[in-house]
Design a protein around this ligand. Sequence first.
Ligand code: NAP
Length: 297
Amino acid sequence: MVAQIISGNEVAKSIRAEIKNEVVQLKKVGIEPGLVVIIVGEDPASQVYVRKKGEACDELGFCSETVRLPASTTEEELLRLVDKYNKDKKFDGILVQLPLPKHISEEKVLMRIDPGKDVDGFHPVNVGKMVVGSADCYLPCTPHGVQELLIRSGNDPAGKHVVVLGRSNIVGKPVACILVQKAKGADATVTICHSRTKNLAEITRQADILIAAIGSPNFVKADMVRDGVVVIDVGVNRINDPTAKGGTRLVGDVDFEAVSKKAKAITPVPGGVGPMTITMLMKNTLHAAKIHHNYKG
Ligand code: NAP
């Protein structure tokens, strides 16, 4: 079987084109979506993510600001800054890049963001709305991106058995929650697996759609899936490879080489889920701008 390669780059490109068109319309009535990104410390991966978010804002015509704070910033200082941006009408979305330095409580900071500006979808108010299936909420970006990839690649999860590997609050649990909703683009039967799951391969072999989000390179092997499975690989793992430029390369949680021979469709790493995450952040910020300006167009 030749698997359909689900290109996150392509899907993200078409969603970005839609967003860009909407921004043009919004600007005609004086609305410019705005996103502020706050980063504390020097974590190199976070620096890259934050730069990419700024670039996405520029590409789509959003107003954006990046606030870079030293690792020595106190919790109180960061909370005061969040308060400031909560009141600043120029910004529809506030994103505090995680992880934060150990001396700052991520929970406290995320709780302080106005839920109406929580475009990362991590505030408990938005998490609660997601659980009850409210249309009026910001869905977390990576899980929402997974759903969009499934829908836009013609792999509607309705009625399918979706097996999710991983139960983190940022990927595993929310993606399961989104896909089990009684809603268009959802309606799946969902099983969540984690490190304490017994007979994992027996469960993964039952999946019509397998979503891997565990952070373990090439963990899912061909004998863990059935023929015709649809695989969404969320994992991003850097492994040593002397043949690669720089001696390392990125791989997912799925052994792409072997599993793609059995799959109906599969996402690559890189170029699969990754490009969707920032794109869904932009979509949430656009949505926030429309709500804040009561735009019905
Ligand atoms: P995480 O917080 O470390 O959670 C990993 C989950 O996987 C946990 O629930 C853990 O189980 C489970 N797990 C670990 N090893 C397992 C095993 N051998 N068998 C079954 N379950 C296992 O990770 P995360 O933040 O969800 O991220 C997961 C992966 O996705 C990482 O590679 C990350 O880099 C990637 N990611 C990518 C994007 C993107 O935009 N593409 C965004 C976010 C994350 P326990 O709960 O029992 O410990």
